[in-house]
Design a protein around this ligand. Structure first.
Ligand code: GLA
Length: 354
């Protein structure tokens, strides 16, 4: 238990503790910084944090996943260390008046790192929620998500959108968050009881800050500059056609944003109406669009997706930032066991996440 772990490591009781889930995105990829819709769902897996404020500016962090103690300071900048997300969150909590000083922090996690299921958003949101609650502040979960994105964008230097932070701050397991990233309006939609959204790691690891995500973001910035506004996802067919003048690559990047946004809008209707076959088709089209238009898949993931379908998934696609990580597959619950056993036999590096 996190409170025991905290006391064991720091020799005094934690003032507060909390849990934040990881997330998997069902559909709508790289649409969240381009004005479109996303449909992530919260996982049972997540991060538990216990914390006590300190009077000085020191931040001491213990994690069940890393040896020793990370000793940081509120004034530290990012150092490409696992403790950066927590340090950045405490620093922002100070800037925003939620805290004055550092903290002792203990972390336990069931979320694998680098799997594309938002361990970084979960830790950031969790720490900021605890800082809010300690301060007795009335900031909403949505406000916390926006702050958590600032930690990623401004402190870590990762130019991500708002999907992960909103998903882990707001959704609960069993629910999908149908989020309009242009307005932050959202609905929570229940997942069907008879199908499982299986999350399978491909065995290909990637770090979002390694640069390829940033290149896509910069390509989208070029498209936005040509459009004269920031909403690529919701342009009309004729506006999309006009973007052919930017060359084939940028045209295909824009086409992915537009079509994946539209697929996500349709997917929300499918979920509500329990049209699982159609939802599966949309997931498959999304994967093809990520592979051919946005070019963020890798051959090993393409094979995993294709095997997942051959073995009986209704739909399957790479999920998250891309270039490896996890796939998500919609599988009838009574088939999951055989389906996954076969899938792992054919893809020995792949493993079950959720
Ligand atoms: C990462 C980012 C998100 C989003 C996805 C791609 O998870 O953190 O903001 O852009 O990639 O959909």
């Amino acid at each position: 238990m996190i409170t025991h772990y905290f006391e064991d490591k720091f020799g005094h009781a934690a003032q507060i503790s909390g849990f934040t889930p990881g997330r998997v995105n069902l559909i709508g990829e790289h649409t969240d910084y381009n004005g479109g819709m996303v449909l992530p769902t919260a996982l049972e897996l997540g991060i538990t944090v216990a914390m006590s404020p300190r009077k000085d500016s020191t931040i001491q962090i213990r994690s069940d996943k890393f040896e020793g103690v990370a000793q940081r300071d509120v004034a530290d900048s990012a150092q490409e260390h696992w403790s950066d997300y927590i340090t950045g969150s405490i620093a922002l909590a100070n800037t925003e008046g939620l805290m004055q000083g550092g903290a002792d922090i203990a972390v336990e996690t069931t979320l694998p790192f680098g799997a594309g299921i938002s361990s970084s958003a979960a830790i950031t949101v969790c720490v900021l929620k605890l800082a809010r609650d300690m301060a007795g502040s009335k900031l909403s979960d949505q406000d916390i998500a926006v702050m958590a994105r600032r930690v990623e964008n401004e402190y870590i230097g990762m130019p991500c959108g708002i999907m992960d932070q909103m998903a882990v701050a707001i959704a609960h397991p069993g629910q999908a968050l149908a989020l309009h990233t242009d307005t932050l309006d959202y609905d929570l939609v229940d997942l069907p009881g008879d199908h499982h959204m299986a999350v399978i790691h491909s065995g290909v690891y990637r770090a979002l800050n390694e640069g390829r995500y940033k290149i896509r973001k910069e390509e989208c910035d070029e498209i936005k500059a040509a459009l004269g506004h920031d909403n690529i996802c919701q342009i009309s067919d004729s506006e999309l056609e006009a973007l052919r003048s930017l060359g084939d690559t940028l045209y295909r990047r824009a086409r992915h944003c537009v079509t994946d946004h539209r697929r996500t809008v349709d997917a929300v209707t499918c979920l509500r109406n329990h049209e699982m076959e159609k939802l599966g088709e949309l997931m498959n089209e999304s994967h093809i669009s990520m592979r051919d238009d946005f070019e963020i898949t890798v051959p090993k993931v393409d094979k995993l997706v294709s095997d997942a379908l051959t073995l009986g998934a209704l739909g399957a696609r790479q999920t998250g930032g891309g270039f490896g990580g996890c796939i998500v597959a919609c599988v009838p619950k009574d088939k999951v066991e055989n389906w996954s056993a076969e899938l792992f036999a054919q893809n020995p590096d792949a493993f079950w996440v959720a």
